[in-house]
Design a protein around this ligand. Structure first.
Ligand SMILES: Cc1cc2nc3c(=O)[nH]c(=O)nc-3n(C[C@H](O)[C@H](O)[C@H](O)COP(=O)(O)OP(=O)(O)OC[C@H]3O[C@@H](n4cnc5c(N)ncnc54)[C@H](O)[C@@H]3O)c2cc1C
Length: 404
């Protein structure tokens, strides 16, 4: 028996069902509800945001596009810069003054995800946790809701629209017939330790590139001077199997004196897409958002900000489609135009950058970092970068002209 005033887990019918209460799904649910839709947000885990499978680094961009205010319960360390270390140990500092929103903060992801779900609930969305979507419902071929399993029982819940925000391993995409397949060269295998007992400078997030992490990088995202997420992402096409991530990460930690007295509090792993944007993230009656829609930045592997930004557009258009009585893929092109207008150019640019960077050997990466570190950050324009590379390493200019 539920306490008086507390809702049952779900009703039989809604305007919009959102599958997955990660950052993208909760934001889509929030914006759909804010724009007048009757929304159910479904999460298979028993606790939203937990367990955390994330480095917890976000760019400040998120706060410019979406109405979220940093809250001390989850906004734990705003950094002043990112340091990109080349194989020789020389680094390039990208600071907030010059790189603006690109430099960010380290958050508590479980509290952050709960915060976003709370905003969705405040906007009027209903939430059902410990509830797995197991199939899409169809009436004469048209998607008309979902089947869920809760406490061992199956229920059909009808809706006009389904939003697939079910993450990297999205099943909604597959059920809806949207091709989200990834090549191994567009997928990274990630392993991360949450570590304590470190000796860090919390003002910086650190990235290590080159043969230390084939096709990817090692990251250190500090939560304080002593606690950090220390992880590695490796391109699947560059390794024999996901288990190699541990060998590379342990070897990195072994060599670095800041880890001498460190202990591991938690280990997490998972896949991340580093692909170009999909051709389509909608079908009749279905929209995809966040990792399910392969919206992760292919250069950084970060997906929180893009998922939240696209989620706000997704939710708004979902509500408008329901109000217009038209959930066809033609109508949903408004969502495609909206999210692509905000994110697509950077996703393509960063995809090209990633494709180039994975071809460079350690020596070339060192030269690049050396050349760039001599450019005053406020002058970091395309012209200045090319000039700096030309002056120090003329033989590299042809290599980078197309990238830059
Ligand atoms: C090791 C690692 C480190 C990372 N570090 C960073 C980082 O530092 N910064 C960053 O920006 N990004 C990082 N990422 C990527 C980031 O975690 C994702 O981009 C982000 O979580 C995407 O949000 P989302 O809402 O699209 O999906 P998710 O956060 O994956 O949420 C999907 C939700 O859907 C639920 N779900 C799935 N299937 C069903 C179903 N059938 N029924 C009901 N619910 C379902 C899941 O339980 C989950 O809660 C990292 C990823 C990994 C693996």
């Amino acid at each position: 028996m539920l306490p008086a005033g507390v809702r049952m887990f779900f009703r039989d019918e809604y305007d919009v069902i959102v599958v997955g209460a990660g950052p993208a799904g909760s934001t889509a649910a929030r914006y759909a509800a804010m724009h007048g839709a009757d929304v159910l947000l479904i999460e298979k885990r028993q606790e939203i945001g937990s367990p955390v499978r994330c480095g917890e680094g976000v760019s400040m961009e998120i706060f410019r596009h979406v109405d979220i205010k940093p809250d001390p319960s989850w906004f734990v360390n705003q950094v002043t810069g990112a340091r990109i270390f080349g194989p020789s140990g020389k680094h390039l500092l990208i600071d907030a003054k010059n790189a603006g929103d690109e430099v960010g903060a380290v958050i508590e992801r479980d509290a952050f995800d709960k915060h976003l779900a709370t905003l969705a609930a405040r906007a009027g969305a209903e939430i059902s946790t410990k509830t797995s979507v197991t199939a899409l419902l169809r009436d004469d071929g048209a998607i008309s809701g979902v089947t869920v399993r809760r406490m061992g029982e199956y229920h059909d819940i009808r809706s006009k629209l389904v939003i697939g925000a079910d993450g990297f391993e999205s099943q909604v995409a597959r059920w809806a017939g949207i091709n989200t397949n990834l090549k191994t060269r567009d997928t990274t295998s990630n392993l991360q330790y949450r570590m304590t007992g470190l000796d860090l400078d919390r003002r910086f997030t650190d990235f290590y590139i080159g043969s230390v992490a084939p096709g990817g990088y090692v990251w250190i995202f500090p939560k304080s001077d002593h606690v950090a997420n220390v992880g590695i992402g490796l391109l699947l096409s560059r390794i024999r199997g996901p288990s190699e991530a541990k060998d590379y990460l342990d070897a990195f930690i072994e060599r670095d004196s800041r880890f001498r007295n460190a202990d591991i509090l938690e280990t997490v792993s998972g896949g991340v897409s580093v692909s170009a944007p999909l051709d389509s993230v909608v079908a009749d009656g279905v929209m995809l958002v966040g990792d399910a829609a392969r919206m992760i930045d292919p250069l950084t592997g970060g997906g929180i900000s893009n998922g939240v930004i696209a989620g706000s557009v997704c939710g708004r258009v979902a509500a408008e489609a329901v109000a217009a009585g038209d959930v066809s893929s033609e109508y949903l092109q408004r969502y495609e135009e909206g999210w692509r207008g905000l994110l697509e150019e950077k996703l393509y640019r960063d995809y090209m950058a990633k494709e180039k960077l994975i071809t460079l050997d350690d020596e070339t990466l060192d030269k690049l970092i050396d050349a760039l570190s001599s450019v005053p950050m406020e002058n970091l324009s395309t012209k200045e970068i090319l000039t700096a590379v030309r002056m120090k390493y003329p033989e590299l200019v042809a290599e980078f002209e197309d990238l830059i």
